[in-house]
Design a protein around this ligand. Structure first.
Ligand SMILES: NC(=O)c1ccc[n+]([C@@H]2O[C@H](COP(=O)([O-])OP(=O)(O)OC[C@H]3O[C@@H](n4cnc5c(N)ncnc54)[C@H](OP(=O)(O)O)[C@@H]3O)[C@@H](O)[C@H]2O)c1
Length: 245
């Protein structure tokens, strides 16, 4: 948001940074002068995302991992520390949406949503928090959803994962306050991601936010002065705010 980079010398780990909102967050943090370790499953999308970031002169590192796999997440955090020797910011963004009425929700769907959206965040915290504490402080941002606040038919497993993420992070916020690690949750609704991007003039476009619009909020949280802590923030397109109902 500011023209002067405010994250010079800082290192961020962003999960789900191969595309969509996670990539936009990585771009926003790099624009503020930060170095970013991008975590997603290994593949051409992650490689391309990181080489595009690096081509701008930014510090960017691919740390391929399945966020639901403890050993792989531990390795990704270790690779980040081996590269830069510190960790200041962790963005828990990797996640997905699937939905069905509860009696039609398969165990596979339940396990996918809870493992990716919730356990993945837990595992990332488990291995990253010691580095934040050792560094004397930092910022954690979880990407929730309006679905973490309001029940919606056909989305009970997703809601359970995002309400769980909110409970996880609100507890972690209290645990880490003495260590000067601040914890925020950004709850978006309707992002122009997770599928083919909509054309500028597509009628549904008014009901979606661009990933960069949410990434700017995350970057603001990460660059706020040390004494400023942001809690839960909801963000939605004016045309689609379910909270207004
Ligand atoms: N889209 C929306 O309207 C919306 C609304 C509210 C909240 N959100 C939340 O916003 C966040 C980002 O959503 P998005 O729309 O940007 O999703 P997206 O475009 O589908 O991107 C998801 C990211 O997560 C990564 N990912 C998926 N499974 C993974 C795994 N097992 N291990 C590691 N990384 C994995 C993906 O990379 P790989 O597949 O390459 O591993 C990708 O980088 C999610 O937490 C989502 O719940 C989205």
């Amino acid at each position: 948001m500011s023209s002067a980079p405010r994250l010079g010398g800082k290192v961020a780990l962003v999960t789900g940074a191969s595309r969509g909102l996670g990539l936009a967050i990585a771009q926003a943090l790099v624009a503020e002068g930060g170095a970013v370790a991008c975590l997603a499953r290994a593949g051409p999308e992650l490689s391309r995302a990181v080489s595009d970031l690096a081509a701008t002169g930014a510090g960017a590192l691919a740390v391929p991992a399945d966020v639901t796999d403890s050993g792989q997440v531990e390795r990704a955090v270790r690779q980040t520390l081996e590269k830069w020797g510190r960790l200041d910011i962790v963005v828990l963004n990797a996640g997905t949406w699937q939905g069905a009425p509860v009696h039609e929700t398969s165990e596979q769907m339940w396990d996918l949503l809870l493992d990716l959206n919730l356990k993945g965040a837990f595992l990332t915290l488990k291995y990253a928090v010691p580095a934040l504490i050792a560094g004397g402080g930092g910022t954690i941002v979880g990407i929730g959803s309006l679905g973490a606040w309001a029940g919606q038919p056909g989305a009970s497993a997703y809601a359970a994962s995002k309400w769980g993420l909110r409970g996880l992070l609100e507890s972690v916020a209290l645990e880490l306050k003495p260590h000067r690690v601040r914890v925020s949750l950004v709850h978006p609704h309707n992002i122009n991601s997770a599928g083919p991007p909509l054309a500028r003039d597509a009628p549904e476009r008014a009901r979606k936010l661009e990933p960069s619009e949410i990434a700017a909020l995350v970057a603001w949280i990460c660059t706020a002065p040390d004494h400023v802590s942001v809690g839960n923030v909801t963000i939605w397109p004016v045309a689609a705010g379910i909270m207004a109902q």
